[in-house]
Design a protein around this ligand. Structure first.
Ligand code: SF4
Ligand code: F3S
Ligand code: FES
Length: 247
């Protein structure tokens, strides 16, 4: 049940490179990462690719397959026609280091900028959470930090200039998680809007569409966060309360 597949793989470094054609053996049950590994083993030993778990859990193998942001290890070859040319390119929003490996340090910088969980005076063990709050956090914490959502978001995908002011859906989701956490006492609304660019998001939902963990980023994190920001800024009672320091 083997066949020869046509692959077109981006080779190069720091933005200079080209698509190179290969013909590679494919066996039943294989995923795109298997084919990339076979390429390394047989024809392109210097082909750079980042991976770790081959189980969709480490978030390392993010790439674009036929232009769609995907995990290489979770994309089955059976989803393509045998005579189709499969194009594999690095994720576009972050600078290329070499071949399919990109520098995703932007994301770690953004992560560090978010103030951490603030329990106020609550001591460990004092707080009891409702199941609904537990489930909300659990959904957001399925994130494997593949950064496919940040890669696909149009706000930064072709707009390098927006990167300083926009954390991307992954980290706006983190701010929303903390804002909606009943034990977190920090007010995250201005942080989201002013420091991390929540207002840039116009709810295109591309982030949700590509998330391999099927997290409802837009509906469950970004939209509720926007509603909270609007509540603070445009509700006159809340506005007055915030000015008096009681909201
Ligand atoms: Fe990846 Fe989903 Fe996490 Fe974004 S939210 S980094 S797409 S797992
Ligand atoms: Fe970007 Fe997701 Fe908003 S793709 S525009 S963060 S809904
Ligand atoms: Fe870990 Fe693909 S290798 S998610």
């Amino acid at each position: 049940m083997s066949y020869e597949a046509k692959f077109r793989v981006w080779r190069g470094d720091e933005g200079e490179g080209e698509l190179v054609d290969y013909t590679v053996e494919v066996n039943e049950g294989e995923v795109v990462l298997d084919i990339i590994h076979r390429l390394q083993a047989t024809q392109a030993p210097d082909l750079a690719v980042r991976w770790n778990c081959k189980a969709g859990k480490c978030g390392s193998c993010s790439a674009e397959i036929n232009g769609m942001p995907r995990l290489l290890c979770m994309t089955r070859m059976s989803t393509f026609e045998e005579n189709e040319t499969i194009t594999v390119t690095p994720i576009r929003t972050f600078p290329v280091i070499r071949d399919l490996v990109t520098d995703v340090s932007f994301n770690y910088e953004k992560a560090r900028q978010i103030p951490s969980f603030d329990p106020g005076d609550t001591e460990p063990g004092e707080f009891r959470m409702q199941q609904v709050d537990v489930q909300r956090s659990q959904e957001f914490r399925k994130c494997i930090e593949c950064f496919l959502c940040n890669n696909v978001c149009h706000v930064i995908r072709d707009h390098e200039e927006n990167k300083p002011g926009f954390a991307g859906p992954r980290f706006l989701m983190r701010i929303a998680e903390l804002e909606m956490h009943p034990a977190d006492e920090a007010d995250r609304r201005n942080i989201a809007q002013d420091d991390h660019g929540l207002g840039y998001c116009n709810i295109t939902k591309c982030c949700t569409e590509v998330c391999p963990e099927h997290i409802k980023i837009t509906d469950n994190a970004l939209i509720p966060m926007k509603e909270r920001v609007v509540g603070r800024r445009y509700d006159p009672v809340v506005w007055l309360g915030s000015k008096l320091g009681i909201v």
